[in-house]
Design a protein around this ligand. Sequence first.
Ligand SMILES: *Cc1c(COP(=O)(O)O)cnc(C)c1O
Length: 363
Amino acid sequence: MKFESLVNPAVLTQPVYEPGKPIEEVARELGLDPAGIIKLASNENPFGPSPKALLAAQRALLHGELYPDGGCFALRQKLASVRGLAADQFIIGNGSNEIIEFLGHALLRPGDEVVMGAPAFVVYKLVTLVFGAKAVEVPLTNHRHDLARIAAAITPRTKLVYVCSPNNPTGTANTAAELLAFARALPDHVVAVFDEAYADYVADAPDLRPLIREGRKVVCLRTFSKIYGLAALRVGYGYATADIVALLNRVRQPFNVNAIAQAAAVAALDDREFVESCVRENRAGLAQLEAGFKQQGLEFVPSVANFILVKVGEGARLFDALQRHGLIVRPMASYGMPEWLRITVGTKAQNERLLAELAAARR
Ligand SMILES: *Cc1c(COP(=O)(O)O)cnc(C)c1O
């Protein structure tokens, strides 16, 4: 008997996620010096982790022999005090990606439908399909989530609806009024998931906590991988009503988040100065990239996140050309946008180099 005949059929048709390539891999493949390579492909923080988080991580490593606190008590307490909700309204994941998986485990069965924007973060679709559920993709309007169209795609079989704001890969956001009205109008059998991975980059990000205080079926997702600069440690969180959190906890492995990540995340939440400086630098970097794109006559989607979509024409060729010069960006063909590149906002010097190499590659 072939092994394939034993597996969940959804596994055989599962699309493959193409992550931004690690610097070491590009260096190996192209014979480049890793020190000269800049990765602007996965929306990581070009300023690294906060120094306070680094210290806390180093200290936590001294007790590497002990299993972590599976309940993430200290981190949930810290989140409760910083975000003004109760500790039992937070669930911690091995990256917020893991919470997307918890939602699949807890809610999805074959025949269920999951509504999502397209293009949006591909993990929603991957997790939907592996549970045998159907991904209902609703095209964006002007590169932005069209909440009326998303609401119209909901059927009696809909279990989950994902809204990513600011959206990856477009960098566009919906207003607080739009998101709140959308959530409040949802039918009772639907759970809304608001992915706020990039909310920290937005000056007046929508406050969705009222929805949780109203007891709605809403899960909000945040991550330490982006502005907090801790992508390597894999830690993110969800917040929702305590009963939703309790159900999601049932499908969580006992020690899903390591102790170093927990300690670093607690310290990162205390370093407001670092976060504020990253927000300022990012805003300046976005302006720098937009000005550069304009100068080169390139169309782009105005972004409020830490990355930007730019229309370069031959996306695959320019992706290759940039990579050969040590700049890793994200090609968009797998998102159905072969003429575009998604570029993470880097430091001032990195942005300058990106703009120069892009101009050279297009000649
Ligand atoms: C980066 C990102 C995440 C975070 O993923 P982690 O698993 O926390 O690293 C979640 N959602 C979106 C839209 C993202 O771009």
